[in-house]
Design a protein around this ligand. Structure first.
Ligand SMILES: C[S@@+](CC[C@H](N)C(=O)[O-])C[C@H]1O[C@@H](n2cnc3c(N)ncnc32)[C@H](O)[C@@H]1O
Length: 273
């Protein structure tokens, strides 16, 4: 990578902010300072996140109005129940046997098409906190198949009442990003799954064609847009070509697949500001 990382003023996330309730891959809590700088002049406007994931950004920016979308139906079901005041029933145990029983129960609910219940939301929370690395993976039959995580200690929440009043103000949807209706007076933050330029694995659920489809869709939006992604050569080229202003920031993860331990670079791209 020939381009140098931009020095960016980083504001530490406020201690008053609620931490994301789940573990979620690609969480952007570390980017809140930079995003706050961009969002603060627009604070009254609706925040739209087509890839809301673990909610690190919505909880960090704390908008009055938000449209939060993700294609993962279990995630969105969990947030809808959180907004309705989800309480944890029974005792949650960080034990292998208990975990496998809960996983089976969750898969039965999926099979019986009852995965939108409060019970499914509670089990999803338990599996996320207890399973290996907070992963969310399904086999070809659509069954959740993440192994037990072996954490020494887990603080399970007895309820999520702190989240309820906040999440009630926001709208949650579960669609492909392209089906969202974004208005000219919105503020759009997009954080798709990372582009992985060189990989031996062909099966990626967000392909290079999806990255291109996203940028094409963004070109049709006229509100302020912020996009983040792994700063690969082709991603930078794609966003620059679409008229985005691009900066590079050091990310808190390392380039490890090549044995190189230097910090990975994140792209932060802006348009219509
Ligand atoms: C990098 S994560 C977002 C992380 C989030 N910004 C956070 O801070 O927690 C990307 C998310 O995109 C979702 N996703 C993948 N493909 C999608 C699609 N076509 N439309 C909408 N969401 C999608 C995934 O389920 C995942 O939660």
């Amino acid at each position: 990578m020939s381009q140098a990382a931009t020095k960016h003023k980083t504001i530490a996330p406020s201690t008053l902010q609620l931490a994301p309730p789940l573990k979620w891959a690609g969480g952007k809590r570390w980017l809140i300072g930079a995003l706050q700088e961009l969002y603060s002049p627009y604070h009254g406007t609706r925040l739209v996140e087509p890839f809301a994931g673990g909610l690190a950004v919505a909880l960090g920016l704390n908008p009055k109005k938000a449209l939060l979308n993700d294609r993962n139906p279990h995630l969105i079901n969990f947030y809808k129940h959180l907004a309705a005041g989800l309480r944890v029933k029974g005792k949650l145990l960080n034990e292998r046997k208990f975990y496998l029983r809960q996983r089976e129960k969750f898969n039965n609910l999926i099979q019986k098409k009852k995965a939108t219940s409060a019970e499914a939301a509670q089990i999803f929370y338990f599996l996320n906190r207890t399973g290996f690395n907070g992963l969310c993976r399904f086999n070809s039959k659509g069954e959740f198949n993440v192994p037990f995580g072996r954490y020494t200690h887990i603080n399970y929440r007895p309820d999520f009442l702190e989240y309820a009043s906040l999440l009630k103000r926001w709208t949650f949807t579960c669609k492909d990003f392209e089906q969202l209706n974004v208005r000219d007076d919105d503020f759009l933050y997009v954080d798709p799954p990372y582009d992985v330029e060189f990989t031996r694995y062909a099966q990626h659920d967000f392909t290079w064609e999806d990255q291109q489809r996203l940028v094409e869709w963004l070109r049709g939006q006229s509100c302020p847009i912020v996009a983040s992604n792994q700063a690969t050569e082709r991603i930078i080229k794609l966003y620059k070509k679409a008229g985005f202003k691009v900066q590079l920031l050091p990310a808190p993860r390392r380039i490890s697949c090549t044995g190189d331990r230097s910090p990975a670079l994140e792209m932060l791209a802006t348009r219509n500001f």
